[in-house]
Design a protein around this ligand. Structure first.
Ligand code: SF4
Ligand SMILES: [Mg+2]
Length: 443
């Protein structure tokens, strides 16, 4: 494409009617942002403006073509971070995400700015600092200068203002600038910030003509006197989070973890079967479920697994709910289990408490450790010497594998291959357990 044929994009609405008070610095902000986008000539589909609450937050309605996203007060940087990570890592696209936020929003959501700077996420924050909450009645913000008069500081602010540039720089921000909204070069500074591959913050100092100028000696000159962070305050060279994540985390996973399962067996199963394993934490209940799920996938089926255990993780009950199906599984709940395996007293207690036993029908096969106390259940109950045969740690998987031999749900070869691969020489113990249990399940 020649220079003459390069597509020129428009961003701001033609004849946009600005909603701001006369003389408000936001007018300059909007025009300079538009100048920057025009200068960069980014495809509008690759630009996302994420706005915060406040007068400046209504800016997004003035832009026609980029994506716009209006968020909750103070949280725009967090939303933008999520958008950028989803786009940068999952979509691998190069969208430019721009946060439009005021000093009130920056105060409320300071930690989001800190995190974004630490991560060096490729987000540009354009912080409109007019030293107060304009939209909500002119209250002072943590950016108000000393002696600043507002409705909430009528005698003048007595707390020194927050230095946001210094904060984000300390947190690793790789591009930090300050400029007055009236600065003729602001469009170029914003363009540089947007083009910067990493976290960039431009603090744009503005006048609020409704609440600031009537009560304070503040004008363009005094604002310019507050600028400390100029061109020298950018530190390029640090990788942005998405690039680093793709290189270090996804790259390492590709090298070390092959978690894809290619079906190489078949299963005659038609429809969906729902199975609950209920036992004791630390006795490989959830691992049993996981290996069964993988063997179902290896058998050409769809499978889901949901686990539950107390917050302590390694003590108390451990429950896993499995669905296997010849169809896509659109509902992973279990209203009526096809099978329930209860391998320990904790498992029985939880199966009672969470209602699993009451959900069983006369068609449900229930395999329970034989030393458990009597329990009420409408299912067909088999009491087997699970713990004496298999010990607690093999009980759930050996019982499930034995039941599978009777039911033929997943290819038994697939399941035994998973067991052999996981437990190596100890898998012989599972082979022995299964041979012992199969004749005891009289289906
Ligand atoms: S209240 Fe202040 S910040 Fe809001 S539009 Fe009016 S001048 Fe601008
Ligand atoms: Mg403000």
């Amino acid at each position: 494409m020649t220079e003459e044929t390069v597509q020129q994009y428009a961003y701001k609405k033609e004849n946009a009617s600005f909603p701001f008070c006369k003389g408000c610095g936001h007018h300059h902000y909007v025009n300079h942002l538009d100048d920057a986008l025009v200068k960069l000539n980014l495809d509008p589909k690759k630009v996302c403006i994420v706005s915060d609450i406040g007068c400046i937050g209504i800016l997004d309605s003035l832009f026609a073509t980029p994506h716009t996203f209006h968020t909750t007060h103070g949280r725009s940087t967090a939303f933008a971070t999520g958008i950028e990570l989803a786009d940068g890592i999952l979509n691998d696209s190069k969208m430019k995400t721009i946060v439009v936020i005021g000093d009130g929003g920056a105060t409320i959501g300071l930690l989001h700015l800190v995190n974004a700077a630490m991560m060096n996420v490729d987000v540009t924050v354009l912080l409109a600092n007019n030293f107060l909450y304009g939209m909500t009645g002119g209250q002072h913000s943590q950016f108000s200068p000393l002696d600043f008069v507002t409705p909430t500081t009528p005698a003048g602010n007595i707390v020194p203002p927050m230095d946001i540039c210094s904060i984000v720089k300390t947190c690793g921000a790789s591009f930090v600038r300050q400029a007055a909204a009236t600065d003729k070069n602001l469009g170029n500074i914003i363009a540089e910030a947007i083009a910067h591959p990493g976290f960039a913050l431009v603090e744009i100092l503005e006048l609020c003509t409704e609440w600031a100028t009537p009560f304070n000696k503040i004008d363009g000159k005094t604002i310019n006197g507050k600028i400390q962070y100029s061109e020298s305050d950018s530190t390029p060279g640090r990788s942005d989070f998405s690039s680093l994540y793709k290189e270090k985390v996804l790259g390492a996973q590709k090298k070390n973890i092959d978690d894809t399962i290619t079906p190489k067996f078949t299963s005659p199963l038609q429809g969906t079967r729902r199975i609950v394993l209920s036992g004791t934490a630390g006795e490989k209940v959830q691992l049993a479920s996981f290996l069964f799920m993988k063997s179902a996938i290896s058998s050409g089926l769809h499978a889901t697994q949901k686990n539950d255990n107390p917050v302590t993780q390694g003590s108390g009950f451990s429950v896993s709910e499995l669905c296997i199906s010849s169809e896509m599984i659109l509902y992973t709940g279990i209203d009526e289990p096809d099978a329930v395996i209860i391998s320990s007293p904790e498992g029985l207690k939880e199966a009672r408490a969470n209602g699993t036993l009451l959900k069983c029908s006369s068609k449900t096969v229930v395999i329970a450790e034989q030393t458990l106390p009597e329990f009420e259940c409408p299912g067909k109950v088999f009491r087997l010497p699970l713990r004496a045969t298999c010990t607690g740690s093999r009980a759930a998987l050996s019982a499930l594998a034995s039941l599978n031999v009777k039911k033929g749900w997943v290819a038994q070869e697939a399941l035994m291959e998973m067991i052999d691969s996981k437990f190596k020489e100890k898998s012989l113990l599972y082979h022995r357990d299964i041979e012992t249990l199969i004749p005891l399940i009289n289906i």
